[in-house]
Design a protein around this ligand. Structure first.
Ligand code: NAP
Length: 305
């Protein structure tokens, strides 16, 4: 029988990821701050634990998928009467943090877990909710190679590409590189759409023409059609995107590195948040450019891609 895996954080990403572990035959012991979500997973065969410490007492591999750096700190170190992983962690255990958080916080938590004889692998993901459901996430891992190899079968149940990026924090650094490239592609798409609209050419035609060429991107193919249909429902929320850009810009400050494009998009998203709230989808970046240009990008048909 496969070994017991602990799972903490059953949100948009964590719930389908934990489900894929169950489907792959791993017994799962799960904890979620809002208990009702863990009960839903219990109906599918998971055992429910009352705290992160209880999860850690029951499993040698403990996966975390919560929101931000301070949330991971609370889950690992405990807070407000909730016992953290560190209170229950077994010597030799591997904690796998799949949230997107600060590389510096990751390294600090890795040090504290090492004092208990446990390892931390940072393993943030790319691929969105669809990738989590389909088990096709790209997983960017940091930490000791031996710890990663130990948990590889667990990660293989959730992702299709697992890249060892380097020592502790390197997975989070590569995830921030991913986010920098994602938002600048998004801006490139948005600017092309606004230019196209003002020029009087159908944006659906433009998307069809450039999607397959040198300017093609995941954003053009997946977010472009949503923009011209005025569909701003979230795949990925602007509020979470802003959290990631803050992490990238803080790291750039520490490195004394100019990150001009990322800073620009961060401020444009701030305007989008003011006008449309943090829960709108990231394709709403175009709305900041539309406000500057005094126009709206739309088409009465969808591109055929
Ligand atoms: P989500 O739906 O908001 O879920 C967050 C989960 O974390 C919930 O289960 C929440 O518990 C739990 N949580 C938050 N703070 C906590 C705390 N202090 N203590 C204990 N549990 C806490 O978010 P998500 O979309 O699944 O994202 C999770 C992580 O994956 C984030 O770091 C995000 O940046 C990253 N990510 C997301 C996507 C995406 O497309 N959504 C893609 C790649 C990476 P409650 O149920 O009690 O609220």
């Amino acid at each position: 029988m496969a070994e017991m895996v602990g799972f903490i954080g059953l949100g948009i990403m964590g719930m389908p990821m934990a489900r894929n572990l169950l489907r792959a035959g791993f017994p799962v012991v799960a904890h979620n701050r809002t208990a009702a979500k863990a009960e839903a997973l219990a109906a599918e065969g998971a055992r429910v634990a009352a705290s992160p410490a209880e999860v850690a007492r029951a499993a040698d591999v403990v996966v975390i998928c919560v929101t931000a750096s301070d949330d991971v700190e609370r889950v690992v170190l405990g807070a407000e009467g909730v016992a953290g992983i560190i209170e229950g962690v077994r010597a030799g255990a591997v904690v796998v943090d799949m949230s997107t958080i600060s590389p510096a916080v990751t390294r600090r938590l890795a040090g504290l877990l090492a004092e208990r004889g446990a390892s931390l692998v940072d393993a943030p993901v790319s691929g969105g909710e669809q990738g989590a459901i389909g088990g096709t996430l790209s997983i960017m891992a940091g930490g000791e190679a031996a710890a990663l190899e130990r948990v590889r079968p667990v990660l293989e149940a959730m992702g299709k590409r697992i890249t060892h990026c380097g020592p502790s924090g390197a997975g989070q650094t590569v995830k921030l590189c991913n986010q920098i490239a994602v938002v600048l592609n998004n801006l490139a798409m948005a600017e092309a759409l606004v230019f196209c609209q003002r020029s009087g050419v159908d944006p659906a035609v433009m998307i069809e023409a450039i999607a397959a060429g040198a300017a093609g991107s995941w954003q053009i193919s997946n977010l472009g059609p949503k923009v011209i249909a005025r569909d701003f429902a979230p795949g990925f929320k602007v509020g979470l995107q802003q959290k990631d850009l803050r992490l990238a810009l803080e790291a750039a400050d520490d490195l004394d590195l100019p990150l001009a494009g990322t800073a620009l998009v961060h401020h444009l998203f701030r305007a989008v948040e003011h006008a449309h709230g943090p829960d709108t989808g990231t394709q709403a970046l175009v709305r900041a450019l539309e406000a500057l240009a005094g126009l709206e990008v739309r088409s009465d048909r969808q591109p055929s891609l």
